[in-house]
Design a protein around this ligand. Structure first.
Ligand code: ATP
Ligand code: MG
Length: 357
């Protein structure tokens, strides 16, 4: 049973706070993804779990042990990094078997387990080669094979797919997910790619500026983002956000007005995902605009319009007739609007969905 607990963990360098008061509980066998923009503290958080970075304060537990004072080698975990970290002079078999060698596993046993790990990551044919003679994706699998050869109680993966091309990333993503479920090993995975987070995670922890913004199942976070930052970070294209002033029962901005929910604060940000908005005939929506671009994505079309300086994205059927420069009506779907406090950005749920204009 390997749960991982971070309890009010802080990392400071001088006065700079890299990770601020992060608390997290990761269940046995869970796949937890740390997601956030560059510099938000993901790697630092993971490196503290690994023992490569010492927390300024707070406690980290792996299983039932407090590990703050344990060296990385005493924590029974395996890491996979973005740059693979393979030994160029060793064969693939030696690379995969290295953790076993360090652990003093006898040669016969070692060979058996290297073979089994190589089978798992589909590298059996390459065991005698050296890393330079492999493709990026194959090298990535060597790093994975080396991580699983020892069956550690915890996997830590920091952007392990970012060096791969788009297609390979998708297939490796599926392999990692399958492998993690098969081995049922508790995993913490760092990425700034929201699609990777959505597809891999049992739960996602979204970080910004050293702090956790929201923790939850991917779909929960997508459907009910805790604040405007999370709303804009997940989804592609991201959620459309509009800053509105509230007066006389209306939400107003220079381009359009909508009925306000009851008890709305004086400044409210409304959000709607591109797939929930509709492009309709001029005059039939909530406001009219001009098509800035119309892009065929394959399964859908993406229509972009401008409101003031902001671009608004709408996903439309692929056979949409709209072309660049056309007048277009933009319609909100009342049932899927998101509301955020205009000042703090915090999500607000209104009791009366009072805004059926
Ligand atoms: N040794 C250090 N000394 C001072 N500041 C550091 C140190 N290591 C990291 N930082 C800072 O801490 C913050 C968090 O860094 P971290 O590497 O955790 O970000 P990240 O979320 O992994 O970003 P990325 O997606 O770019 O890898 C950054 O602002 C970084 O500059
Ligand atoms: Mg990082």
């Amino acid at each position: 049973m390997t749960s991982v607990v971070l309890d009010r963990v802080v990392k400071k360098w001088g006065r700079f706070v890299g990770v601020n008061d992060v608390s997290l509980e990761i269940a046995d066998g869970e796949f937890l993804v740390l997601l956030g923009p560059s510099g938000c503290g993901k790697s630092t958080t993971m490196r503290m779990v690994a023992g490569l970075e010492e927390p300024t304060s707070g406690e980290i537990r792996i299983g039932d042990r407090v590990v703050n004072d344990l060296a990385p080698g005493e924590r029974d975990l395996a890491m996979v990094f973005q740059n693979y970290g393979l030994y160029p002079h060793m064969t693939i078999a030696q690379n995969i078997g290295y953790p076993l060698k360090v652990a003093g596993v006898p040669r016969q046993e070692r060979m058996k387990r290297v073979q089994a790990a190589a089978d798992r990551v589909e590298l059996s044919e390459y065991l005698e080669r050296r890393p330079h003679a492999l493709s990026g994706g194959q090298r990535q699998r060597v790093a994975l094979g080396r991580a699983i050869v020892r069956t550690p109680q915890l996997f830590l993966m920091d952007e392990p797919l970012s060096n791969l091309d788009a297609k390979l990333r998708v297939s490796m993503r599926a392999q990692i997910k399958h492998l993690q479920k098969e081995l049922n090993t508790t995993t913490i995975y760092v990425t700034h790619d929201q699609v990777e987070a959505m597809t891999l995670a049992d739960r996602v922890a979204v970080m910004a500026k050293g702090e956790i913004q929201q923790i939850g199942a991917p779909l929960d976070i997508y459907n009910r983002p805790a604040n405007a930052f999370v709303a804009s970070f997940l989804g592609s294209p991201s959620m459309n956000l509009f800053e509105m002033q509230v007066s006389d029962g209306e939400l107003r901005n220079p381009s359009f007005r909508l009925r306000a929910p009851d008890n709305a604060p004086s400044a409210l940000t409304i959000g709607q995902r591109p797939e929930d908005m509709a492009a309709v005939a001029p005059g039939e929506g909530d406001f009219d605009s001009e098509v800035y671009t119309a892009e065929l994505l394959g399964d859908t079309a993406l229509i972009t319009v401008r409101i003031g300086h902001d671009l608004v994205s709408i996903k439309a059927p692929k056979d949409t007739g709209f072309r660049m420069g056309d007048r277009v009506g933009i319609r909100f779907d009342r049932d899927t609007l998101h509301y955020f406090d205009g000042v703090t950005g915090t999500r607000i749920e209104f009791e009366t969905g009072g805004y059926a204009a």
